[in-house]
Design a protein around this ligand. Structure first.
Ligand code: GRF
Length: 202
């Protein structure tokens, strides 16, 4: 399967995918054909360039309207003919055109146990709420924010001394391996989405 990965920051989830594929290029069942971002100068793009991958950047501020940005991102992604799009720390809400083009084939990872704590500050919100466990969720993207059908989740305990950064780092350790496991399974075994249920490999 052909993967396009979208990033906005450090790209450690991208790196986990790159490492898993490098460890087993034929067995993993997928390869990354391009990495896209919504901003320049991020480690995620450096990781892609180090891996010799094509990259593209679509910045909202380069476009007159959000819809034009959405169109540009859709076209840039479509050029690589992905079977799956993986949003790995991509911090923009995907637009109507992108969802129409790739809907049902976009996987997102979120650092909280959805439906709790959706949005851009899931770790901070969970910590502020005083939960004893949180975690991460890998799900298909639908037209809501972090609301699509859940594929897998991982649980992470919250420690009394945690601040947002420490807790997020511990979540990311689980998140990286969960994302690699899910993307590999989807690529190797195929999947069906029925309402909110995801069937992998049946
Ligand atoms: C991940 O925890 C992702 O779920 C969240 O931001 C983080 C991105 O980390 N949206 P990285 O860029 O993959 O290192």
């Amino acid at each position: 399967a052909r993967l396009v990965v979208l990033v906005s920051g450090s790209g450690t989830n991208l790196q986990a995918l790159l490492d898993a594929i490098a460890d087993d290029p034929h067995g993993f069942g997928a390869r990354i054909v391009a990495v896209g971002a919504d901003r320049d100068g991020i480690a995620g793009l450096e990781r892609a360039e180090r891996a010799g991958l094509p990259t593209f950047v679509c910045r909202v501020k380069d476009h007159a309207t959000r819809d034009e940005w959405d169109h540009a991102l859709t076209e840039a992604t479509a050029a690589y003919e992905p079977d799956l799009v993986v949003s790995a720390g991509f911090m923009k809400i995907l637009g109507r055109e992108f969802l129409a083009r790739f809907g049902g084939r976009i996987v997102n990872t979120h650092p909280a146990l959805l439906p709790s704590f959706p949005g851009a500050h899931g770790v901070r919100d969970a910590l502020a709420h005083g939960v004893k466990v949180t975690g991460c969720t890998v799900h298909f993207v639908d037209d809501g924010v972090d609301t699509g059908p859940i594929i897998a989740q991982g649980v992470v305990e919250v420690r009394d001394e945690d601040d947002e950064a420490a807790l997020h780092e511990r979540i990311k350790e689980v998140e990286r391996s969960l994302l690699v496991e899910v993307v590999g399974r989807l690529a190797r075994h195929g999947y069906r989405i029925e309402g909110r249920k995801v069937h992998v490999g049946e």
